[in-house]
Every structure is written in structure tokens, then in C-alpha cells.
Design a protein around this ligand. Sequence first.
Ligand code: AMP
Length: 463
Amino acid sequence: MRIHRRMKAKMNTFNDLGLSEAILRALSVEGYTQPTPIQAKSIPVMLEGRDMVGIAQTGTGKTASFVLPMLHQIVNGLYRANNGCCGALILAPTRELAIQIHESVKTYSRFISITSALLIGGVKPHKQIKSVARGVDILIATPGRLEDLQGSGAVSLEETDVVVLDEADQMLDMGFIPAIRRIMAKLPRKRQTVLFSATMPKQIRSLAADFLRNPAEISVAPASKPIDRIEQSVLPVPKAEKRQKLIEILSADDVERAIVFARTKHGANKLARHLENAGIAADAIHGNKSQGQRQRALAGFKSGEIPVLVATDIAARGIDVDGVSHVVNFELPNVPEVYVHRIGRTARAGTEGVAISFCDVEEYDLLRAIEKLIGRTFPEVSGLKREDPTRSQAKPAQRSGRSNRGGRANPNRRNQGEQGTNAGGKPRRAKWKPKADGGKTEGRPHHRRAQSGGQRQNLRQSA
Ligand code: AMP
């Protein structure tokens, strides 16, 4: 018991974890004084060379938890790769996440001489092919582009010593599991495999069982539970009043930087335009935007030039931007776990955050599923369903059709957020009268931007 306590106390600094001096220096420049719980647990396991399953949400410091031991091994000459090969491979579900991981690799390796490359879709492959031609220590890739370049012979995984699958549950949501299995099959049998996931659905467990050997399992927060520092609330807002309500919320003084989640790409575009028309600088980020547009939107958001990002789930997950004070769920997600990921965009790195979800009468079933998952109810909305008079007017056939759309009955629809499905169908507005919004929302986009620094206090620009 005493030994255990002493060991725990010993893991309080990065120094205790045995990381190389050059890495410690980089962490000190970053201002990291202590390892986060996931780092304290996973760094020793990774340094041992053991396979590992890490259950952790984004915002817990999990990127450093696998990048730091990789860098340590590189410093110690553990993996070096020949032409077209990589010593370590990190697979991420989205381009944005891959870019962020690459940035973290560069940050943490600033005092080490290593090579790294990024392979992602949406841009021409020529430069990427060149970047791996002479072999790299760390390769960060999204599955599609990696497979393309493997197919053309530009990249080979035959010398890869360690592979990390990051955000495995999102890989599942995005339909990447078959690609991951094909990629894993091409890796050497003797390797270290690490899988990170915020949740552990059956398919991820089975992926881990097929490709990991006797993995250590570490977990830092109960799967699917949102972090405590987020102040969550749900507002019952009829669909037709959501835009006005959103403007009110975003105009409040305490909103510094906000991500607004819309369910569809088209909806995200329209909403961003509506906000711009209302004098709130906003941009949309989703899968239909070119990689350049996505990166520009993200850069504007990070710099504070664009304080509001309207996002769909696929483009937004894994986005790590400090100082996101608010997340607004303009529409509730169809898959309850997505709620947890969305709200995790705020309250990152030990800060606090606010998550506000709008709930139209047609979204009650989705809210119920979220409440069940996170183990709490939202009194503002709970109980409304039974009292809502529009329910009794709906035809039974319609009702069942709608609830199927929102539910999880068909697992193939997990990814529908980016496929343009609107859970609402035609709104039933018998009792909740919509406010007119002046039809402004269909207007052409105004490419007006806030002056950086000028909108921090209040996102609303003078019209
Ligand atoms: P991640 O979960 O990897 O996306 O990291 C979330 C945020 O935590 C990032 O902004 C990191 O820079 C930050 N971070 C990671 N590790 C630490 C640490 N030990 N101390 C302070 N901040 C950290």
C-alpha cells in the first residue's frame, strides 16, 4: 500500500516518466508542468513496448500520451526507416485531427532531429509523395490517402514498428474500419499497436482483439461521460425560432469563441450565412469544403478572426482550439455518443465551458437517448413530450417514421450527419408559432470578417 502510494507520487512530473531531456525541454517551453492522468498511465506502458488500448476523450492530453513515448524511442534510435517507409504510423479519422497531431509532433520534437510527414486527402499528393520518399520517423495519415499511396507504391509499411489508431470510434462512425483492417494486415507482425477511443463499441473491441496482442487497457474517464467542467443545458426551442435564439446567445458578452453544430452540410452553410447577415463573423466547416477552405476556416477560428465556427460532426471532431467558451447544438445529433464528442470541444486543457443544446419537439427522442447515455436529465425539457399537444395530432405512421430516423435502429445510418439527412422532415408547428425570420437566410454570403481582437467581448458586430 505504502509502495503504491509512493509510486503514484513519483509519477507527478514528466521527469519521473523517464523521458529524454530534449523532450522535457520542449514540454517546459509549452508550459506543461505535470503529466495529465492519461499521460501518466500510458507513457510507461508505451515505453515498455506493450500494446495498449486507451479509453480517453479528446481534451485529456491523449495526443502527447502517444507522441512523447514515440519521440523518446526515436531519440534512442529505436525506429528509423528506409526510403518510402515509416518507423511509426499514426492513423487519424479526419484531416483536421491529422494536421493537429502533426503540429503536436513538431511542437514536442522541437529540440530533436526527427522527420515526420502528413498524408491526408483533399490536396494533391505530389508533395506528400516527396515528403515520404526518403523515409520518415513518424507518419501521420488518414486511411484513404494512406491506402492510395500504398497502392501506388509511394509508401510502404513493411518497416513500421509502432502504429497508433487514434479516435477509433470515429473511424467506425466514418466507415473506415474495413480500410483500417486492410492497413493493419500490411504491417509487420512484430510491432507495437496502440488504439485510442473515447468509447468502446463492440466493433472496436473486436478490432482490438484481432490486431492487438495482450494489450494493457487504460482509461481515464468513464466511457461516454461528458467531462464535469462543462455546464450543460438544453433549451426547448421550436425549429423556426432557433436562428433567432442562436443570435441572442452568441451576442452575449461571455461568448468568446463558439462552435455551433448543425446536422447537415447545407444547413451549416446556411446558418453561417445567416450569422454573417446578422453581423456575427462566422464560417462553416464540413466535408464538402475543399481542404484549403477547411484549413482557412480553422485558422481564422484559431486566430480569433472568426469567433464562430458552424460545423458538422465529421469535420469538427478532434478540433483542438483553446478558448472555445461555448458549444451550441443547433440540432441534436442522431447518434447520442456524438453529443459527448461535440461538447468536448469546450472545456479543454483544464478550462471550463458551456454547452447549450436546442431541442425542438421533434428532437425529444434524440434528447432522451442522450440523457440515457450521459446518465442525467435536463429538467428544462424533461416531461414536455407527454404534454406537447402536437404529438397527439400526428398520424401514428408519421410518428414511427420520425422516431426511426432519430434512433439507432439502422446501424448503417450512423454517419448520416454528413449525408444530408434532416431529422426534422416537415415541422409540426401547430402550437409553437414560428417567428418570421425575414427570409434573409437564403441571401448570398457576406464575406465580412471581424477585426481580430475587436470582437472578443461581444461577437455581434455593429450592423
Ligand atoms: P488532446 O487531448 O491531446 O487533444 O490535448 C488537449 C489539450 O491539452 C491540448 O491543447 C494540449 O496542448 C494540452 N495538453 C496536453 N498535455 C498537457 C499537459 N501535461 N499539461 C497542460 N496541457 C496539456
